[in-house]
Design a binder for this molecule. Structure first.
Ligand code: F6R
Length: 604
């Protein structure tokens, strides 16, 4: 989703801003732009529809020299994808970039228009610019005008502002990601900001995460970032984090796509997880929460994280015998849920920045619940809001379609479940984690079999993924993965639900990807028979070397579940990931950056 990068300091500002935007490409965008002060002291805005390279080629011709710049990758929410709506938005006084949504933009725009103010784009962002400029012309005070403008907008936003007459950047946010960074050592100081710390890796040695409604002033003269509250008073309301400059940027290595690389990282990540929770902060966390009792557990997440939550729900319920409910964050936040103090709110998120999930965390915090998160990005908004964070240690996930994060979410969720049960979770699950790692490794060595199946089925009309009980979430996740990257219609269904409606879809051009484990074997088999009877194509992913499964299926991918008590759904899911990948490859889609999708959904 939209990305922000800003720089002020002693080097050519366009370079780190473009580099930062490039690193944020994985988040998804449809246009890009940059604003900077040119040698005559005027604000210049350059923006282009489409890929960042379009913007880069214009800048290569212009070769601007500047020490201050802000850049943005836009994922359209208000207004079409075009150059006018792309950010930055600017006039001769200010240039701004914005992430999020101004919910009262329509009303503000109407009243500004009634006062004679002019607008050029369809965006909500321009409302901020126009209001800011109007207030600044009245007061002549930049900080006050930004704060006053910010007070008038509703919704979650992060805004970065560049003024023509100052060599400073300003930023302010509400429930939207924003990070400031400083690189020490250079004579005149170098200050950065972004919506994602990944953009700043290698550039900064200190990160500052401002709280909501705190104005950040990045002043290279002072070589420091000043923070102010909404009254304009200096404040310390930010969190500081030292980051190693050794942190590395992800590369694809020998793989054609990040997604494939991330799928292949899973055996290693699975194996190393027990290590993270056997000592240091991981062990301390498990010791802290061991045996904690809650009356009810509310799991909340979106998309793939929600699917991981479904698997975790099963483990929590069967091990703790406590009531667990699970909600999609976008629903939970508006359905006025009954919440009591002695309940646990368990949030699951790779990015820790998903707007709906964060809104639910705010709601649960207000209601006095305990907040735990299963999260990948340390320092993310969700991480900072939670009472305890179960990091999944999956490393940076660049492919928009989530793979390794799902796996590690489930595994960490299981570690959490057994810890709450009062057990030594590493003792209970350590050997199964190792076994799973070996089984994923063995599965990856059979990748070619799935590639061949993908070639056979990629042109079919539609795909119905089915599974029962512990495999139902995997049917949902398998279908989601295929939709996302292959742009074909796919649905995940509980196998027992087929005859309640979707079986009407079955014909010879429909593929049923049927997950058949040893639990409920006969029942799932008979659901698959019903599809077969209606001429559907059957791909069974299930227990190995089974003659019944062999005879019913057009394609059969047997799996060795021996020894897996809790994690067989994870193993099956890796099959789904590989299959989606190769179907998408046959289709020739943009696998790492599928159309219309964003890696981190920071708007509602
Ligand atoms: C699917 C996918 C999305 C995310 C969802 C939540 O492959 O990546 O469905 O799972 O947007 O994102 P996080 O986990 O960052 O909260």
């Amino acid at each position: 989703m939209c990305g922000i990068v800003g720089y002020v300091g002693s080097r050519d500002a366009v370079v780190p801003v473009l580099e930062g935007l490039q690193r944020l490409e994985y988040r998804g965008y449809d246009s890009a732009g940059i604003s900077f002060k040119n040698p005559e002291g005027k604000l210049q805005v350059v923006k282009k529809e489409g890929k960042l390279d379009n913007l880069r080629s214009v800048l290569e011709t212009q070769k601007p020299k500047t020490s201050i710049a802000i850049g943005h990758t836009r994922w359209a929410t208000h207004g079409h994808v075009n150059e006018t709506n792309a950010h930055p938005h600017g006039n001769d006084l200010f240039a701004i970039v914005h992430n999020g949504i101004i919910e009262n933009a329509f009303e503000l725009k109407e009243s500004l228009q009634a006062e004679g103010e002019k607008f050029h784009s369809e965006t909500d962002t321009e409302v901020f610019l126009v209001l800011l400029t109007k207030l600044f012309k009245q007061t002549g005070d930049i900080k006050k005008s930004i704060i006053e403008t910010f007070k008038q907008i509703e919704g979650n936003s992060a805004v970065v502002i560049l003024n023509k007459d100052e060599n400073k950047l300003y930023a302010i946010k509400r429930s939207a990601p924003l990070v400031c960074g400083r690189r020490s050592g250079r004579e005149s100081g170098e200050l950065f900001l972004s919506s994602d710390p990944y953009a700043l890796v290698g550039y900064v040695d200190r990160l500052f995460f401002p709280d909501d409604e705190i104005l950040c002033e990045l002043d290279p003269e002072a070589t420091f970032i000043h923070f102010y509250d909404l009254e304009g008073n200096a404040t310390e309301q930010f969190q500081k984090e030292a980051r190693s400059t050794q942190e590395t940027l992800s590369t694809k290595g020998e793989f054609e796509h990040f997604m494939l690389k991330e799928i292949h990282e899973q055996p290693f990540l699975t194996k190393q997880l027990a290590g993270f929770y056997s000592e240091g902060v991981g062990k301390e966390l498990l010791d802290r929460v061991k045996g904690k009792k809650f009356d009810h557990i509310n799991i909340i997440g979106c998309g793939t994280a929600w699917h991981a939550g479904l698997v975790i729900k099963n483990i929590l319920e069967s091990e703790l015998r406590v009531k667990v409910t699970i909600d999609l964050a976008s629903e939970f936040r508006y359905r006025d849920p009954v919440l009591e103090k002695n309940e646990l709110a368990l949030f699951i998120s790779q990015s820790g920045e998903t707007a709906d999930t964060i809104a639910c965390a705010e709601l649960c915090k207000k209601k006095g619940l305990t907040l735990y998160s299963i999260v990948n990005v340390k320092g993310s908004t969700l991480y900072r809001m939670s009472d305890e964070n179960f990091l999944i240690y999956a490393g940076q996930e660049i492919g928009v379609a989530s793979t390794k994060a799902f796996t590690n979410m489930v595994l960490v969720g299981a570690l959490m479940a057994f810890t709450l049960k009062g057990e030594d979770a590493i003792k209970t699950l350590g050997s199964e984690l190792n076994l799973l790692s070996d089984k994923i490794e063995a599965l990856l060595s059979r990748e070619n079999e799935l590639k061949i199946i993908a070639k056979e089925i990629f042109q079919e009309k539609g795909f119905i993924y089915t599974g029962r009980n512990i495999y139902f979430p995997i049917a949902l996740e398998g279908a989601l993965k295929l939709k996302e990257i292959a742009y074909v219609h796919a649905e995940g269904y509980a196998a027992g639900e087929l005859k309640h409606g979707p079986i009407a879809l079955i014909d010879e051009q429909m593929v049923n990807i049927s997950i058949v484990g040893s639990e409920l074997f006969e029942k799932t088999l008979s659901n698959t028979e019903e599809v077969k009877a209606r001429r559907g194509k059957i791909l069974v992913v299930g227990v190995k070397e089974n003659s019944k499964l062999k005879s019913i299926s057009d394609f059969y991918f047997g799996l060795d579940f021996d020894g897996l008590k809790y994690f067989s759904p994870v193993l099956v899911n890796v099959v789904m990931q590989i299959l989606s990948y190769y179907i998408a490859k046959e289709k020739g889609t943009d696998i790492d950056k599928p159309r219309n999708l964003a890696k981190s959904v920071t708007v509602e």
